[in-house]
Design a protein. Sequence first.
Length: 327
Amino acid sequence: MIMDNFLPAGAAGSDFSLLLPRHYREDVVRFLQQDMPSFDVGAFVVGSTPVKAHLLAKTPGILAGMPFFNAVFEELGCEVQWFVTEGCRLDLSSAAEADARGSVPPEDTGDFDATPSHFRGRKKIAEVTGPVCRVLQGERTALNIISRCSGIATQTNHLAAIKQQHGWHGEIAATRKVTPGFRLFEKYAVIVGGGVPHRMTLSDMTMLKDNHCWACGGDIQAMVRKARSACGFSNKIEVECQSLAEALEAAGAGAEVVMLDNFPAPEAKAAAAKLKEHFPHGLTVEISGGLNEETASEYFSEHVDVLSFGGLTHGYDVLDFSLKVVG
């Protein structure tokens, strides 16, 4: 598996949080309310003594979700200090070396009251300070968000690295196969990982799929013309196609993007080449359906512009983190 950290040109060192709309904080508040709709007896038990808690990375991968983690604890009146940056690779090799020496890694030392076993095989990446009751109230919500975002970013980054290794210059894209209520978080994580989010909503680009075509009696040209009459020049039209003939018809009708859906790799590349031969300027060719990390490189071609992966946002592994109160 390729583990080199790859980010799109210009993204390294970027402040990804600037992408986010202000309402993501409302989502965070809603998550906290769902987790604490009434009394919190645990908070009553532990009290409000000021404490520090260390965020520990337990699995390697790409870190994503720092703005959301911050928002959870800011809402609860806590402060977060980070020792890493958004989009960095979490390398636990130093933690493993420290385990072999029987000591805490140098970056994990500091003013805290904890045994080295707290950090065995883990890397401290942030510190949360605040009343113990508030730290514990935010713990699970913050960890749930950052573990999922980091899992998506890691999987996206694997694909971005494969793309770079093969010298393919197209885009790795997500789809709208997202978790309801968590779309913004998942699409953000794709960007941090080195991919592109594709359209965020039905309003971002007009995508006419097989069911649209069926509902219009199979007349692709009429379907595209009607869409153009409403969206005008400012909104692209994409048509999902099941054959080369459909793709040629869609492009001929004025669709700016054609999606080759569930094509085997040889047929997809041949169809993409034929499309670019007939429409050399302004046509984007996307391939989707059944793609994964193992098969992606089979579809790389100079005639293919986008590969979209539903699994980026609905079939990902999470990264494991823990939050340890240390006094």
